[in-house]
Structure formats: C-alpha cells, structure tokens
Design a protein around this ligand. Sequence first.
Ligand code: 2RA
Length: 351
Amino acid sequence: SKPTLAVVGATGAVGTVMLDILSGRPDVWGEIRLIASPRSAGKVLRVRGEDVVVRALSPEAFDGVDVAMFDVPDEVSAEWAPVAAARGAVAVDNSGAFRMDPQVPLVVPECNAEAVRERPKNIIANPNCTTLSMMAVLGTLHRRYGLRELVAASYQAVSGAGAAGAERLYDEVAALAGDRTVGTVAGDVRKAVPDLADSPFPAPIAFNVVPWAGSLKEDGWASEELKVRNESRKILGIADLKVSATCVRVPVVTTHSVAVHATFAEPVTVAEARDVLSAAPTVVVLDDPAAGVYPTPADVVGTDPTYVGRIRQALDFPNTLEMFVCGDNLRKGAALNTAEIAELVAAELAG
Ligand code: 2RA
C-alpha cells in the first residue's frame, strides 16, 4: 500500500503552496494527513481535489505516518520533528532547526539526492529558500567546473517572511498608491506607511529595498547571509568553499533572485556554461539581453524551475561567471524541494 504523508503547518504560507504542489505531483501517497497548531485544527482544506480536516499537532497525530513534512517555525520543528521520528516517521523539515546538524542530511535532489539515505535521526532538512534558489544552477556548474568561490547578493521576496510579509507589502502599497510625490523626500515613505512596529521588516518595504533578512548574528552578519554560506558548503559537499553573501529584501511578493559571482577551478566559457545549464532538467536559461530576455521574479512566480540569465565572464576575475538567478521561494525554495525529498523517501520505502 502507498505510504502515509503528514503535512505539518498545512495552513501557513509554505503549507498552502504544498497542498497545491501535492495536488499536481505524481500520486505516490496513500493518505495525506494535514496537521497544524490547535488554533487551526478543524479547518477544512483541499488537497488532491478532496476536503481534508486539519488535525491538531499531537504525538498521536503521527501514528501510522511514514513521512512527515514540517513547514513550521524553528522551535516547533525542534520539538516535534523528533516526536514524529520517534513514532516511526521520516521527518522532512523545512525549518532552520536541524540544517547544520551533522547527523541530519541537507538535501537538494539536483545536488545530493543520495544523502537522504544517511539519516541516523530519521530527520532530513530542507535548505533555506535563499540558498535553495541558486543550488540547481551552482550544483550543475560545480559538477562540471569545480566551484571554489561564491559571492552572492540576494533580492528576496516578502513572502520569505511568511504570509504576514506579503500582507505587509500589500498594505504599504495601498497606503502609498496614488500619491505622486511620495518617494521624493527623505523619510516620506516611512511616514506614510502603517506603523513599522507591526511589520515583519525593519524599514518600509514598498518603494524601497532593505539590506536585511533574518536575525542579527555576530559581527554584523544577518542570519540569512550565514545560512547561504553554511548551507551551500554542506549541500555541495565543499567544506572550504569561500562564500560571502549580502541579503536584501525587495518589494516582490514571491520569488527570490540572486546576483551570483561564482569562481571555478576549471576554465569556463559563457557559451559552454549556457549549454551545461540548458541540459540540466530543472534549470531554464533565459539569456538574450539584446532581445530583453532575462529572468525576472514577476515572470517566474508560480513555476517550478530555477531560471538563470545575464551569464557573463567576469572581466577581471579568471574562471568566474556573473549570473542572475530567480526561483520561486515558496516552490523550489521550500515546498517543492520538500515534496521532492519526501518522494525520494517514498521510493526508498517502496523499494
Ligand atoms: C526569507 N529565507 O526569505 C527566508 C525564509 N526562510 O525570509
């Protein structure tokens, strides 16, 4: 019989996309059980065309579950993924709680699918969306040319901060719309938007960009920037990869973009890199600037591939490419990659 899947956090921003993705993927699951906080228990959600009543998170909710996906805050995963694992499920966790645990594989199927099998805790981690947004591209190039250095600047969508992030952008845009002078005087946007104390972002996000994502870590680094470094090293299996990232929030609802400067051990040409990337099944090359063709988040949102364009040989850096990468942060950046990992486990259980 087909395995039972639990989706924990079914009502959140990623959970909602997950239900949509599960409804469109090959049907490898028997029962799909939806689990959320007691506050959301009893809600009815649709998955695979059927109504499913959301259950409250409890140890018993995992009984009979083969694979449990978690799309919940770090502290909820830290507590509950081990509970699911102790009850016999393989937990696939999209929080930051286990990503750097040496006993927990951190998996992007395009890069290290085989790592799902080494899971002594029966927990598998899904990377942060900013890292994930560029992994299909970097993993493909790494296999061919050997990645040595990565410098990245992100342009992160507001839905990375959850449903509240998107609500905030819409609210700010509504407050500013129609005023054809706003954005011309220092501080006028800040004055015109709703109280920033209620925002997930530390500055206005409409008509603005904010050089901050995540929480403050040592020496002025933002947590998102350190995640890009640590997670890229782990996923690609390059312990000494040189990485430097700057993470920036932009007024885009969904789809993260990253400007990537990647240096390789082997010589690389733009034409060949385009061919190598075009051959990768989950990568789409959109790269014809003369015709105005390059990826933009507004054109990418809601789709599954990782898009890359603006591929250039860096003029002053040998063996180095500049690229612009876009990926839907809720799909490949979160729910889709989690679903793909879960399907690898389902295949293993069946096999
Ligand atoms: C963000 N990467 O975009 C985070 C979400 N995990 O805020």
